[in-house]
Design a protein around this ligand. Structure first.
Ligand code: SF4
Length: 505
């Protein structure tokens, strides 16, 4: 066990310890359970750093503890060289261990007139406390290794940056000085605290918000977080006063109501609120028949449309900016008058060129010249089509014509429908639970595969080194997800169209 306590402490250990002593303790005892990957910059981030520091020395990331001494030797060699370094010089991924067994892999070290300048790269527009903690630890390690530190900062994504192409990422990052927030963080005390913690008994589980921070704790299962912090009772959520909005909920609460069961219908003037309360009180959906006529008036073929998009911190395609919303997949279920349906779709190649033109052209082909285009919360699809029309002058007339055919089912549903399972939410997920419960298993398939969203699957596809079968499996999962979403749109359209007069509505 004594060897355990010899293991160096790095900023991942510090982040865990600062968030939850138990998480830190478990991660030190069960290192195989670590989910964190070594901080290896993606090729694009590496290209951006290379552009900013063209004369940089890059230290290859040590894959094992045994490789650390070599990486540290290379770092010391780079840092101990000539005092007068040329413009554009830096050490990328500097590896150091101090005599008190603190370890740092510093993203960027450059030299200023008064000492070294350290930077932590963060592919985000803002940093957080864990970044400042890491910077404090790195400063401590540098100082203990005998290097004078002049300043510490973050390299954050500059949202004004436009990628010109050809790997020119100079200007992607902006420097933010951490001096105003660094203060005098007690790194030596932290190190002592971590050593004491890891030598001590297993800390008790303290489930709380820290269990879900930074991508979630890898020890959730051991701590039974789910069972000790159960979500609010489903029925309770569905009957919450909040389903009629915070403002009215406060009034109803002040009037003595604990949930909507006791709220008299005549006290509600807004029909939407009345429908929601009535649905909960009667334990089933309420659907006003007026939507039916609007839906029946829609001709065939009908096109149920869904878009998936991505906003990359580091833009991949020329002319795009950080976090710009870019379409990556469209899915369309075409429904004909005779009941026949067909599925169409487009999914960008995650490793390929800018997909927007192919996206727009294939979409126009699938939508043809006539028939309504049904979408839920269609403002999203509308804005993406407008973006494409602004980008491709030759396709603009056809794309504009699609905008004229868009039918938004969201306001129709809000004006005529409510199901208790929605619990006051009108998100696509909520409406899908209400109108297509049988599709939930398919809709959540990518989550069960460990991806929180379609965007996360696409981001995974962009990673280098993914084997062909994994790539194909992920693409198939994304396409199936999009298709299932269009089926939800069709279910909703069908429900609204076939609304029967309901005496209680
Ligand atoms: S699940 Fe929560 S309580 Fe348990 S180790 Fe992780 S952060 Fe700590």
């Amino acid at each position: 066990m004594s060897r355990l306590f010899d293991l160096p402490l790095n900023h991942d250990d510090l982040r865990r310890w600062r968030g939850c002593a138990r998480r830190f303790w478990l991660s030190r005892r069960h290192p195989v359970a670590h989910t964190a990957q070594p901080d290896v910059p993606t090729p694009v981030v590496e290209a951006a750093l290379r552009a900013a520091y063209p004369l940089a020395d890059a230290i290859p990331p040590p894959a094992t503890p045994a490789q650390w001494p070599r990486a540290m030797g290379q770092t010391l060699h780079c840092l101990s060289g000539n005092d007068r370094v040329p413009e554009g010089w830096a050490v990328l991924g500097a590896c150091l261990t101090s005599e008190d067994r603190a370890q740092a892999r510093i993203d960027v070290v450059t030299q200023g007139p008064m000492g070294f300048q350290l930077f932590k790269v963060r592919c985000a527009t803002v940093g957080d406390e864990s970044d400042v903690d890491a910077a404090a630890l790195w400063t401590h390690v540098m100082a203990r290794c005998g290097f004078r530190v002049q300043s510490v900062g973050l390299l954050l994504v500059d949202t004004d940056f436009t990628y010109p192409g050809h790997g020119c990422y100079a200007g992607l990052f902006r420097e933010v000085d951490l001096a105003p927030v660094l203060g005098s963080r007690p790194v030596a005390q932290w190190l002592e605290g971590m050593r004491t913690c890891e030598r001590g008994p297993e800390p008790a589980a303290t489930p709380g918000p820290h269990c879900t921070q930074h991508g979630g704790c890898e020890f959730n299962a051991q701590c039974h977080v789910r069972s000790t912090c159960p979500p609010p009772d489903v029925t309770e959520r569905q009957a919450s006063l909040d389903i009629v909005g915070r403002e009215l909920a406060a009034e109803l609460s002040a009037a003595g109501h604990a949930n909507v069961y006791s709220v008299p219908m005549q006290s509600l003037s807004n029909p939407r609120h009345r429908r929601a309360v009535q649905a909960v009180q009667q334990g089933g959906p309420v659907l006003a028949p007026e939507a039916s006529a609007q839906m029946r008036a829609l001709p065939y073929p009908r096109h149920c449309l869904r878009f998936d998009t991505i906003g990359l911190a580091v833009p991949l395609w020329p002319g795009t900016q950080p976090y710009q919303v870019l379409p990556l997949q469209w899915s369309c279920l075409v429904q004909h008058a005779n009941g026949h349906t067909e599925q169409h779709g487009f999914l960008a190649d995650a490793q390929g060129p800018d997909p927007r033109r192919a996206f727009a052209q294939s979409l126009l082909l699938a939508l043809g010249d006539n028939g309504p285009v049904l979408a839920y919360n269609a403002g999203f699809e509308r804005n993406r089509i407008r973006d494409l029309a602004a980008l491709f002058e030759d396709l603009a007339p056809a794309l504009q014509a699609v905008l004229d055919r868009l039918v938004d089912l969201y306001p129709m549903a809000r004006a005529h429908y409510y199901h208790p399972v929605m619990a006051g939410s009108w998100s696509f997920r909520s409406i899908s639970r209400a109108v297509a419960p049988e599709l939930q298993n398919r809709l959540t398939a990518i989550e069960r595969d460990g991806h929180p969203s379609a965007q996360a699957v696409f981001a995974r596809l962009q990673q280098r080194g993914l084997d062909a079968s994994s790539r194909q499996r992920l693409r198939t999962a994304l396409q199936a997800h999009g298709q299932t979403e269009t089926e939800v749109v069709r279910h909703l359209a069908h429900l609204l169209e076939h609304a029967a007069p309901c005496p209680s509505a």
